[in-house]
Ligand binder design. Structure first.
Ligand code: FAD
Length: 417
């Protein structure tokens, strides 16, 4: 059995960011991460649209984790928080004083009948959400000669709730550039009842949708794909799950998602399967030596890298306080952000808190489509992501933007309790 002061489970965006902060702990800190590749998934929208190469989204895990700490290249398979221990798939047990859970969200492609088969065998079916299929999206856009281009959004919480429509806007623009837009229907079939959760940005997106003649079908949940018939089946959630077939010529799927199975069966989670945290401190509601961040948590904010990195600073502060015998402080206001790319040169930069109040950093109205925010998303943010990980100085997107663009014009970051 190995014993550590801090064990971080998951070395993705959130886990790596916390590891950087804790690098001075040296070998008394370990990260459990099975993959030897680290993905900056935020880049995949641009990869899918043919605007960036896949390699720009990948680095060896060894390069992004601080070399001072231990990297245990394995999966956690069971948690026993009453005994401060967890078990790895190798059968080894790890003991800890403090645990940080950062395991991300699970992609449940298998929950849609025929989808895996379609993704593996139909060149017209793609998904930016997985490194396995993101490289199919651009060829499918190029092959599309007209007909129905359908984009889906599932009936579950997902990461980056903007990504299902970002690829749609980029595709619609590409079809216009290619002269095939007139022969095509661009359709957004979403299980949700609104286009976006924050009214200010939803209103802005509605204008984009109208001006680009995009058809939106709300409460349409993808349940099956029969690729030999080029048909996707949707359940109408507001009509007793009545099934409606849509023929497709291009299909971009955002799969259903859920908390990782390993977590669902542990005592760390709430009834929904998410790591049960106090939403302002990021400390576990039952185990005071357990913290969490990112997509696997119960935090009622959007599951984005921007949120995970904002949470990182709070987690570090509170974990350090608890390690010194102090109380965790209510510091996290739910900050999350989405760069809602609407074309290959424009973006609406949504930033908001737990109350869905816009929490914009810049002095200009971020609800308008802007070239400036596109440049930030496409060029500046990826660079900041990699540089900050490497230099162990992850400061989160809000502070980074503040330094790059000027003084912070928004409200205080402290939660209004
Ligand atoms: P992840 O980064 O997914 O990391 C989870 C880690 O846990 C993984 O490395 C995994 O291998 C590991 N793990 C899983 N199971 C185990 C186990 N049993 N044991 C040990 N380790 C395990 N966010 C933005 O802010 N802006 C964007 O523009 C944006 N665009 C996106 C576009 C797409 C197409 C996608 C897919 C995501 C996008 N995101 C965006 C979301 C962002 O990538 C995630 O929200 C972010 O990566 C969450 O960080 P995390 O650490 O919670 O999870």
């Amino acid at each position: 059995n190995s014993k550590y002061k801090v064990v971080i489970v998951g070395g993705g965006t959130g886990g790596c960011a916390v590891a950087s902060k804790l690098s001075s702990l040296g070998k008394s800190c370990a990260v459990v991460e099975p993959s030897d590749l680290h993905y900056n998934q935020s880049i995949w929208t641009l990869v899918g649209a043919g605007l960036k190469g896949f390699q720009s989204s990948v680095r060896p895990t060894r390069e992004v984790l601080p070399s001072s700490i231990d990297w245990i290249q394995d999966k956690a398979v069971t948690f026993d928080p009453d005994k401060n221990s967890l078990e790895l798939s190798s059968g080894d047990k790890i003991l800890y004083d403090y645990l940080v859970v950062a395991m991300g969200i699970q992609l449940d492609y298998d929950k849609v009948d025929g989808l895996l088969d379609a993704l593996d065998n139909d060149p017209a079916v793609a998904s930016n959400y997985s490194p396995r299929w993101v490289n199919k999206t651009f060829p499918a856009m190029q092959e599309f000669r007209g007909g129905n281009a359908i984009f889906t959004y599932p009936n579950t919480p997902i990461k980056c709730a903007g990504a299902p429509q970002k690829i749609m806007y980029l595709t619609e623009e590409f079809l216009r550039m290619n002269g095939v837009r007139e022969n095509s229907n661009v359709i957004f079939n979403t299980a949700m009842g609104v286009i976006f959760g924050v009214k200010k940005y939803a209103d802005a997106l509605q204008k984009v949708i109208q001006s680009r003649s995009i058809q939106v079908n709300y409460k349409h949940n993808l349940v099956a794909v029969y690729h030999k018939k080029k048909t996707a089946i949707f359940a109408k959630l507001d009509k007793d799950n009545e099934l409606v077939p849509f023929e497709y010529d291009f299909l971009h799927v955002t799969p259903p998602m859920s908390s990782p199975d390993v977590l669902k069966k542990s005592s760390l989670v709430n009834r929904g399967g998410w790591v049960d945290l106090s939403k302002h401190t990021l400390q576990h509601t039952k185990y005071s030596n357990v913290f969490g961040l990112g997509d696997c948590t119960s935090l009622p904010t959007s599951k984005t890298a921007a949120a995970a990195t904002a949470q990182c600073g709070v987690l570090h502060q509170n974990l350090t306080a608890v390690m010194q015998g102090k109380e965790a402080a209510p510091l996290y206001d739910g900050y999350a952000s989405y760069p809602l790319i609407t074309s290959r040169e424009k973006c609406i930069l949504a930033e908001f808190d737990y109350n869905s109040h816009p929490l914009e950093i810049m002095s200009v109205d971020q609800g308008l489509e802007r070239k400036l925010t596109y440049g930030m998303k496409a060029s500046i943010m990826p660079e900041i992501y990699w540089q900050a990980m490497k230099k162990s100085k992850w400061i989160g997107p809000a502070s980074a933007r503040k330094n790059l663009i000027g003084p912070y014009h928004g409200k205080s970051r402290s939660p209004k309790l």
